[in-house]
Design a protein around this ligand. Structure first.
Ligand code: HEM
Length: 181
């Protein structure tokens, strides 16, 4: 079964039909999804700005991480749930776009990077006192922090681009190839 056949099958399942059949569900899911972009992006920005020494520079990094990481992970969890339900509501429209596929790929990259950062923080917290506090970040880590913010912006752009996939990607859009825009 190809992806188009799978999406078509998914679209006819009772759970998909249930989401589609109640008018307020999709706009509500979209609204929550969009609200969470703000929460997640602000958390990412505050953490990255602290790495760059541009925000809360007077606080130890571990404290800034502990303050904002729960918003990052909580927001991502809500986005994953609402995003999954939105995907279930219109599987053909979502899965048959390059923007959706690229968004999922890039999301895996930025989430893996955030998880790796979290592990580093946990290790630093277990290290002898003073090891984590006040330590400045290497140029590599600063560049990675700035790059991560840019990657999150690309994820946000790709989320919006799903609705304009064929206009943006032209013949690269699977929707155009499959004739399912
Ligand atoms: C597993 C996680 C996620 C899934 C499955 C998912 C899925 C979706 C789906 C299906 C849509 C509707 C697109 C459409 O039909 O036009 C959407 C919209 C969107 N998503 Fe996500 N998403 C996830 C996480 C994220 C994250 C983490 C961000 C960015 C921080 C994001 C940003 C957006 C944006 C900007 C839109 C467009 C909203 C609009 O203009 O209506 N998504 N997402």
């Amino acid at each position: 079964m190809g992806l188009l056949e799978f999406a078509t099958w998914l679209q006819a399942t009772p759970v998909s039909l249930a989401i589609q059949s109640t008018a307020w569900v999709v706009p509500t899911l979209q609204s929550v999804h969009i609200l969470m972009i703000g929460v997640v992006f602000v958390a990412v920005l505050m953490i990255a700005l602290r790495v760059l020494g541009r925000a809360r520079a007077d606080e130890p990094f571990a404290r800034v991480w502990a303050r904002f990481a729960p918003f990052l992970w909580g927001g991502v969890l809500v986005m994953a749930i609402t995003g999954l339900l939105l995907t279930l509501s219109e599987p053909v429209r979502e899965l048959m776009t390059l923007s959706f596929r690229l968004k999922m790929l890039l999301l895996a990259v930025v989430l893996a990077s955030a998880a790796a950062f979290g592990r580093t923080m946990a290790r630093a917290a277990r290290a002898p006192a003073g090891a984590a506090a006040g330590a400045e970040f290497s140029t590599g880590t600063r560049v990675a922090a700035a790059a991560t913010v840019l990657l999150w912006l690309v994820v946000i752009f790709l989320g919006r681009a799903i609705a304009y996939d064929d206009a943006i990607w032209g013949s690269w859009s699977p929707a155009v190839v499959q004739g399912t825009p």
